[in-house]
Design a protein around this ligand. Structure first.
Ligand code: PGA
Length: 258
């Protein structure tokens, strides 16, 4: 049985394609989340749906997050949304550094500034890191190290209570559970990340900071990833768009807590 918090976070990305469909999806998610008692369920819809969904929801089982924030709090940044704006409509989580944002040109420095900006607004940061490929020489480890330590530059020990490290190997995103990372390999990477955290901060933080996994989590591999992978939950893409898959993952996560 697992101890501690488990997070199941849905990243809806640029879906569903209409407000009507978003409302319908949320209805199903709401029902599922109200039945699980121990999991922290977080929904990260596109910005356009965020306020309406938050205002329509009176339950307590779901928290809301965004898929990105800008690093400045206000100003002339066409198309961007700030952490303070996000906070002001009632969202409490922010994904930062998703590989699909990095692919658009976000650097470790920009991601670090976004992390600091989100933390200053008391948002919980879902900090995504992950290698594009795994090379035999193990260079991906240095890559992961640079992403993790770069993003955490200037983040105090106290501020870490609002960080969820999310390991998402890019090569495993958007596939199927069969092609996802194997739980044993996830566990190896989690240990590596905890070692880096111990070096930067201390042992207690290294042991306790939640580390989530993302990349083709489906009902079929969710249980093994939690138990053998030893992660504190998931960031979920495509399975979050199917009420039945999302419900099954929530239930697996809930039952892992005993
Ligand atoms: P996936 O996406 O679950 O569809 O692989 C995960 C993510 O990109 O966060």
């Amino acid at each position: 049985m697992r101890k501690g918090n488990v997070y199941v976070i849905a990243n809806w990305k640029m879906n569903p394609d209409t407000w009507v469909a978003a409302k319908e999806l949320f209805l199903g998610v709401k029902k599922a989340a109200s039945r699980v008692r121990k999991v922290n369920t977080v929904i990260c819809p596109p910005f356009v749906y965020l306020s309406e969904l938050i205002n329509s929801y009176s339950g307590r089982s779901i928290s809301f997050g965004v898929q990105d924030v800008h690093f400045e709090q206000k100003g002339s940044y066409t198309g961007e949304v700030s952490a303070s704006q996000v906070r002001s409509v009632g969202a409490t989580y922010a994904i930062v550094g998703h590989s699909e944002r990095r692919a658009l040109g976000e650097t470790n420095e920009m991601i670090n500034k976004k992390v600091l900006s989100a933390l200053s607004e008391k948002l919980t940061v879902i900090l995504c890191i992950g290698e594009r490929d795994r090379d035999r020489q193990g260079e991906y480890l240095a890559f992961l190290r640079d992403e993790l330590l770069g993003a955490l530059e200037g983040v105090s020990k106290a501020a870490l209570k609002n960080i969820l490290i999310t390991y998402e190997p890019i090569w495993a995103i958007g596939k199927t559970s069969e092609e996802a990372m194997k739980p044993h390999d996830v566990h190896g990477t989690v240990l590596f990340l905890r070692k880096l955290l111990a070096e930067k901060y201390d042992k207690k933080i290294a042991l306790e900071l939640p580390i989530l996994y993302g990349g083709s989590v489906e009902p079929e591999n969710a249980g093994a990833l939690l138990e053998e992978g030893d992660v504190n939950g998931f960031l979920i893409g495509h399975s979050g768009l199917s009420v039945s898959d999302f419900t099954a993952i929530l239930e697996r996560a809930d039952s892992s807590l005993g």
